[in-house]
Design a protein around this ligand. Structure first.
Ligand SMILES: C[S@@+](CC[C@H](N)C(=O)[O-])C[C@H]1O[C@@H](n2cnc3c(N)ncnc32)[C@H](O)[C@@H]1O
Length: 440
């Protein structure tokens, strides 16, 4: 792997005597890590090593063929770079600050907006650190990526999360959210070990373009933060222009107050470079994981735990929130159609097939349908959308299929076989038997 010479020069200028160690670490293979879903327990990785800054994160010695693990599709864990898992601890610490503010031992449910959310790694990490009942809006600007985000969040199962597909300007104003996260599109220098494209696309001009897009997103995002609420700004790049300089922009131009998250020294996370703003830089020669810059800010004003308005509570409604803003007339007509559909559906019950989002949701009423727990082989066949055969004692009709007790989806059991109702566009294409890869 040849790093761009301009990038090497930039990093030598930033890191001085540390630069050789950094460049050597950039040549090493990335490590594989996973984060467990605290609300869907069931996954276990024996011999995994804990990630210091995330109690539910683990490094693996081997990279399993994740696609062929039904527990991944059930939402029991997420494959995530260890550095990004700092979002979990960041939300834990923000929640502590907020409960302290109101002299309470517990944090009330919060409203959180993730402005740049796809594919959903940081959203799911934040969800796991939020108190139950918190409302989450996960937004993604690129429509195709929003579809992946919707799938990943559905699998994670948190019921009070919605997905939107908007420009960040849609959120400017309203002061509605206790926490707003901007994990900004960036030049991706921190991903060079994992993604060849990050090397190929690198240029000083790209850094400039990213830096100004980030400022635009940040200006909008800050307007969505409630008084006394928090803004988290992160990138997966190393240059100061997109990192410390934008953190300075947030403080001086957007009037936000930097907050030190106080991560312990023994976690070994380097601080920001040439700045008095408390910021963290995950660097591969210091911390096990890819590059990440993180800084946290607070909006001036008194925080009140009141921000749970105007955020609806199902994935589907979420899509409509986005739609409605673009075309209110069409949304109203669709509403009329929906009420008629609801009546029709009621008449046809119990044949109505629940949406996959509902089946995977932690709120799914599992007593509504009989369940069949699948072997790993059958679970993979199910995820491939093949028809499977259930044991003879399973009732005919709609059946929830589970793997190690976690719902995967539904089938319509007709006795000698069961028709597969897994969503077409979610089906896995990989054949069984692919070999795991060593990671270190
Ligand atoms: C660093 S990625 C987000 C990764 C995500 N937070 C995660 O942890 O899984 C940045 C995201 O910003 C999106 N994006 C691109 N252009 C954007 C824009 N103009 N406004 C907001 N987001 C944008 C990208 O499509 C991408 O999904």
């Amino acid at each position: 792997m040849d790093l761009p010479s301009g990038f090497i020069t930039q990093m030598r200028g930033l890191l001085h005597e540390d630069a050789d160690d950094f460049l050597a670490a950039m040549m090493r293979e990335p490590v594989t890590s996973v984060r467990l879903n605290r609300r869907k327990p069931g996954a276990a990785f024996p011999e995994a090593e804990p990630v210091r800054w995330c109690r539910c994160g683990f490094y693996l010695h081997q990279r399993p063929v994740f696609t062929l693990d039904p527990l991944l599709h059930a939402g029991a864990y997420y494959v995530q770079d260890a550095s990004s898992m700092i979002y979990h601890e960041t939300i834990c610490r923000i929640a502590d600050i907020l409960s302290h503010d109101i002299d309470s031992d517990t944090t009330p449910p919060l409203a959180l907006l993730d402005v740049c959310a796809a594919p959903g790694g940081k959203t799911t990490a934040m969800i796991d650190a939020l108190p139950d009942g918190s409302r989450v809006v996960a937004n993604e600007y690129v429509a195709k990526r929003a579809a992946i985000l919707r799938e990943n969040l559905a699998k994670w199962g948190y019921p009070d999360a919605i997905v939107t597909n908007c420009d960040s300007s849609r959120f400017a104003g309203g002061d509605a959210f206790d926490i707003v996260a901007v994990d900004a599109p960036c030049s991706g220098e921190g991903m060079m070990r994992k993604e060849k494209a990050a090397i190929e696309q690198w240029s000083p001009q790209l850094i400039e373009e990213c830096s100004s897009l980030q400022k635009e997103i940040l200006e909008n995002a800050v307007k969505a933060v409630a008084p006394g609420g928090f803004l988290i700004y992160s990138t997966c790049t190393f240059n100061r222009r997109e990192n410390e300089e934008n953190a300075e922009f947030i403080r001086s131009q957007l009037g936000m107050i930097p907050v030190d998250m106080g991560f312990p020294e023994e976690w070994g996370i380097p601080r920001g470079i040439d700045t008095d703003i408390p910021a963290y830089r995950f660097m591969p020669h210091k911390t096990e994981g890819e590059g990440l810059f993180l800084s946290v800010f607070r909006k001036p004003g008194e925080w009140e735990p009141k921000s749970l308005r105007s955020v609806s509570s199902s994935h589907d409604k979420g899509a409509e929130v986005a739609d409605r803003k673009q075309n209110p007339k069409r949304a109203i007509q669709r509403d009329k159609g929906r009420h008629a559909n609801d009546r029709e559906k009621k008449r046809k019950e119990p044949e109505t097939v629940p949406e996959i989002q509902e089946i995977l949701s932690l709120n799914f009423d599992r007593s509504r349908y009989p369940e069949a727990d699948l072997t790993k082989e059958d679970a993979i066949a199910y995820l491939r959308r093949e028809s499977i055969t259930l044991p003879p004692d399973v009732p005919k009709g709609l059946v929830t299929v589970t793997y190690r007790g976690l719902p995967l989806g539904m089938v319509k059991n007709i006795g000698n076989r069961a028709n597969n109702l897994y969503p077409k566009n979610w089906r896995i294409l990989m054949q069984a038997g692919a070999a795991p890869q060593p990671t270190k």
